[in-house]
Design a protein around this ligand. Structure first.
Ligand code: AMP
Ligand code: GLY
Length: 433
């Protein structure tokens, strides 16, 4: 199979690595990729992810057998629809199905219709109605822009006054542009967060596994929110029973509901969940793999990944259910970011000794925002720059290996959290005591 992968982050480097190691993948291209992806694929295609027309044209002219779409923006913009119109297999949902991520209101209404447990909510495009709703709620209150807002459209408000202000900023102040012209106001849920991933071809579901992200920039989950500073898989508190509930109460009704609504979901459904007293509730759905969760998943995944994604794209997921396997080990990814991220940061700073980091046993250094310098060296080219990912028998082993590799990297302008996996380690210590 000739495969075109779309994207340029750490998630895509991990996907590229797994696809390239799949028996059924004979040729892999990536648009636009990064310096790390360039080192492993057959061809880098110089097209931006938002260039739907260019990507479609490339896929047709090069007789691509499968397109795998990494990020949400081209999916929400309709890339999968364009490719399917040309008869090209694509792993990723249609524009209508990508609304599970692209419209928080759509996602919440789906929950209401199909009885999927989630926070109580209201949808508003009018400030007067939003204010009336907020005034009846107990704080904290969560205010969300309906559309895609680069991970920044969710505000947890400690008072009703703050919630009214945030709602007003979004609805009337243009805080998130068009994405905030409609909002969701919802109840605050407490508990512990976990991400769960499942593939679907529109009907059949193939559950993957769980991971736990670290969204704040600083150690101990302090500081501003980021795209994710590290992750590990599987989450320490996952049990067969919890997985059964996630599948039965959340994933299955979502996939069935979407088919009923006339927008069957093909691709990977990434459910962001809050778990309290063993009961999962849905915070959000995403229509793609998480970043950096994907790096930890790819590290543990066994089997012909290319064949599995092709079967999902072609409505034949049932036929590859036995193809998928998981390493029983834990994987853990430490994100190295440019100093200043998620605020402003410098680009083009040199990074070296990556080869030495990669020599640590069971470690993969996935590139995110990197580029090749003129002299052939690697320089930073974004906020999140590397995802140093390790595998180990326990969370502690994987963590030790990941930081051993991190410490071999020479990048004075970078930083990382030193505590990825801390919740799992703390729980294990408490259990041992
Ligand atoms: P979302 O983009 O909807 O996942 O929101 C981003 C983050 O905000 C989530 O990962 C949670 O940490 C938090 N969050 C979102 N909704 C809620 C909620 N209803 N209650 C508590 N925390 C929430
Ligand atoms: N790491 C969270 C996300 O990809 O949305």
């Amino acid at each position: 199979m000739k495969i075109l992968l779309v994207g340029s982050g750490g998630r895509e480097h991990a996907l590229a690595w797994r696809l390239k190691n799949s028996k059924s993948c004979t040729n892999l291209c990536c648009a636009p990729g990064n310096a790390g992806i360039g080192g492993i694929v057959d061809e880098i295609v110089d097209l931006k992810v938002e260039d739907l027309e260019g990507i479609t044209k490339f896929a047709v002219e090069n007789a691509v057998d499968l397109v795998v779409v990494g990020p949400e923006a081209p999916l929400v913009a309709g890339l999968a629809d364009r490719l399917r119109e040309k008869g090209i297999s694509v792993f990723g949902p249609s524009k209508k199905a990508a609304r599970v991520e692209g419209s928080k209101g759509f996602m919440k209404d789906l929950c209401r219709t199909y009885k999927i447990p989630t926070a109580a909510y209201g949808r508003f495009s009018n400030m007067k109605e939003a204010r009336g709703f907020i005034e009846e709620m107990d704080a904290p209150i969560v205010v969300k822009a309906d559309g895609l807002a680069a991970g920044k459209g969710v505000v947890i408000c400690q008072t009703r006054e703050e919630a009214v202000r945030e709602a007003q900023d979004m609805l009337e102040g243009g805080a998130f542009g068009d994405a905030g012209k409609e909002i969701v106001v919802e109840e605050f849920l407490d508990g512990e967060e976990v991400s769960f991933f499942a593939l679907s071809d529109g009907k059949t579901i193939l559950p993957l596994t769980s991971a736990q992200d670290h969204k704040r920039a600083g150690d101990g989950d302090t500081g501003p929110n980021t795209g994710g500073m590290g992750a590990y898989s599987p989450a320490y508190f996952m049990t067969e029973e919890l997985e059964r509930k996630i599948l039965g109460n959340i994933i299955e009704p979502t996939i069935k509901g979407m088919a009923k609504e006339g927008c069957p979901f093909t691709g990977v459904l990434f459910a962001g969940l809050m778990v309290k007293d063993g009961e999962p509730k849905l915070l959000e759905h995403n229509a793609r793999f998480g970043d950096p969760e994907c790096q930890t998943l790819m590290m543990r995944l066994e089997g012909d990944f290319a064949k599995i994604l092709k079967a999902a794209a072609d409505g034949k997921l049932e036929s590859v259910k036995d193809e998928l396997g998981w390493s029983p080990e834990t994987s853990l990814c430490v994100v190295m970011a440019a100093k200043g991220y998620p605020g402003s940061y410098e680009k083009g700073t040199p990074i070296s000794r990556l080869d030495q980091a990669a020599q640590v046993n069971d470690v993969q250094v996935f590139h995110a925002g990197t580029a090749l310098a003129k002299d052939g060296g690697i320089v930073s080219n974004g906020g999140r720059v590397l995802g140093v990912t390790a595998k180990g028998k326990t969370v502690a082993d994987a963590q030790k290996r990941a930081y051993e590799a991190v410490d071999r990297i020479d990048w004075p302008e970078g930083f990382c959290r030193r505590d990825i996996g801390w919740r799992a380690l703390k729980a294990q210590q408490e259990e041992a005591a």
